[in-house]
Write a protein that binds this ligand. Sequence first.
Ligand code: G3P
Ligand code: MG
Length: 244
Amino acid sequence: MRTAVFAHRGSKANRPENTLPSFEEAMRVGSDGIELDVHLTKDQKVVVMHDEKIDRTTNGKGQIKTYTLDQLKQFDAGSWFSAKYKGEQVPTLVQVLELLSDYPGVLNIEFKTDRNVYPGIEARVAQLVDRYRANLPVVYSSFNHESLIRMKKIDPNAELALLLWERLADPWRYTQQVGATAQHLWQPSALSETAVQLHEHGIKVRAWTVNKPKLMQLSFEMGLDAIITDYPEVAIDLRKSYEK
Ligand code: G3P
Ligand code: MG
């Protein structure tokens, strides 16, 4: 089995993370999957950003949830990365879904509901995915497993992945209880006996964030289902030697 390469927050090392250029670049280099993070604005719009606060990746300050979408769109989400991306805006999930409307790879939507619960975010995302990506692969992940359980109630066919830092005892039992088909594990936890145990129970293992070539190679050798990386182009290139 070939280990899939997912681009973390788009092509994070080469473009401002979680922006349209980062997703364009992830597609251009041939990523098998694209991971992104979602939050809700004050006026309940789903936007794509990693942090709860806009301070690190825009020229603004404060929590996403205190801004309306129009207000959030005023901030520059590109200059912090490079002057080349000055004026880049925080994208809505709709904009990303439009961009990825023909992208055949996996779209991994992470609910950033671990600090702010964002009531209703799962239903809003489900509605948008149904509109823009009904027949294309989507995996929902979250560190807040209640968010995943809510998603399963909304869409019983939703493919769920538990985000975890640490290894669990009997990891398959809990995964099955939540109704998930995969674990997205912190790389040191994924590159372990847990991966073997999960595979024995038919559960997929995707590791994050795998940026070092040596760890990419180890992931390929262990037959992980995917790595989530800031350097999809490096991983895709390295993987070629395992395909000969
Ligand atoms: O989904 C994998 C990874 O993105 C989880 O951590 O903090 O980068 O969202 P984080
Ligand atoms: Mg994430």
